[in-house]
Design a protein around this ligand. Structure first.
Ligand code: SAH
Length: 358
């Protein structure tokens, strides 16, 4: 069984606060402590998140003594771009290095039809889903809110999107609800009107169903769209493919989904990775229809992205189509995810980085 409490804590480094993880109000308090005025905290937030400037000496609207105090007592962490690979379909994968030398990946997926950033919430992942390459890494550590929001800031800067709208999918490495507080704080930072001001309607959080997190999410003021990585239609099948199911069962998960407060016109997306001969039969599709009965749902089929070390195969297009047809006949909106960036290993479940020597 997956243990949720064994994550290695985020290294705190020096005692200096990381400004990249603080809200405008928190920055204001800190600035006041350093002898500045509250509005300068908001200016500071704007420099970091809206303009992408992290060098205090370039923050020309702030008085020099305040800049000096900030430089002496605080840090602004920013993930550093180590590599940038662009796929033949335009998908771009960023390998980013964190302050402690650990590495993560973030992906830009163009024209889907919007522009989408796919971000990570952990170095590795503890969930160990049987078909996911990230799961084979295990969990190294949680990301901080600064590191999660920092990915958005870095991609926006690198791709020249500081003033252009984009979507965010929290579907990179890691299980966001296993790193709940940092993830929600990061979303609050990217949603802030002083910063990139990304509307929660443009954000989708994907989870395997860590139920305590799902219950808390239902009460968040900044509520992203919800995607559930379902992948199976019986407890036995899901126990095997998604080990966390042994702790939070399919029945409990579906119950939590039924109680989840959806915004007007919004629906829960159910992701279903298709594995040849494992969960891709017409009978599976019919069970899925029954499982979703009465729910405001749509289904996203993900034919497996194969990888060395993953003991499953991708079903044929005919099998995927037949499965989709059963759902469509039952009036469930269904899409088949076109795999993006497979040639650079940026597709779903393919994010995994070697542990760097540190
Ligand atoms: N941990 C969260 C966030 C990651 S989202 C979650 O699981 O929802 C990444 C999505 O890609 C998940 O739906 C995951 O199940 C899916 N995925 C993982 N490995 C895959 C693979 N090899 N092929 C296709 N999809 C995969």
């Amino acid at each position: 069984m997956t243990e949720l409490d064994d994550a290695i804590d985020v290294p705190q480094g020096a005692d200096r606060p990381d400004l990249a993880g603080l809200t405008p109000d928190e920055l204001s308090s800190l600035v006041v402590e350093l002898g500045g005025k509250p509005f300068q905290g908001k200016q500071l937030f704007r420099w970091i998140h809206k303009k992408g400037v992290t060098d205090f000496s370039a923050m020309t609207t702030l008085p020099k003594p305040l800049r000096a105090a900030l430089a002496e007592r605080t840090v602004v962490s920013t993930p550093e771009v180590v590599r940038r690979d662009t796929s033949s379909d335009g998908t771009t994968k960023f390998l980013l290095r964190l302050a402690d030398g650990r590495q993560i990946e973030s992906v830009f997926i163009p024209d889907t039809p919007s522009q989408t950033f796919c971000i990570s919430t952990q170095v590795g992942c503890a969930m160990k889903c049987g078909f996911c390459l990230t799961g084979t890494m295990g969990l190294t550590r949680h990301l901080t809110a600064a590191e999660i929001a920092g990915q958005v800031r870095v991609l926006a800067r690198e791709l020249d999107f500081l003033d252009t709208p984009f979507n965010i999918v929290v579907m990179g490495m890691g299980e966001p609800l296993h790193n709940y507080d940092a993830t929600m704080r990061a979303l609050q930072l990217v949603g802030s009107e002083e910063g990139l001001h990304v509307s929660p309607r443009r954000v989708t959080l994907s989870t395997v169903g860590v139920l305590p997190g799902l219950q808390k999410l239902a009460e968040e003021p900044y509520m992203p769209n919800l995607a559930i990585s379902l992948h199976a239609t019986t407890e036995e099948q899901r126990d095997r493919l998604v080990p966390i199911n042994r702790k939070y069962t399919l029945a409990q998960l579906m119950d939590a989904c039924r109680r989840f407060p959806l915004k007007k016109r919004s629906r829960i997306t159910f992701e279903y990775v298709m594995l040849a001969g494992v969960n891709d039969t017409i009978e599976d599709a019919r069970r899925l229809v029954r499982l979703l009965n009465g729910l405001k749902a749509k289904v996203n089929l993900l034919p497996l992205n194969e990888a060395a070390g993953i003991p499953y195969r991708r079903p044929s297009d005919e099998t995927v189509d037949a499965f989709a047809q059963v759902l469509a006949n039952a009036h469930i909106t269904v899409s088949v995810r076109k795999s993006r960036g497979r040639d650079i290993r940026a597709a779903c479940g393919q994010l995994a980085v070697e542990k760097p020597a540190i």
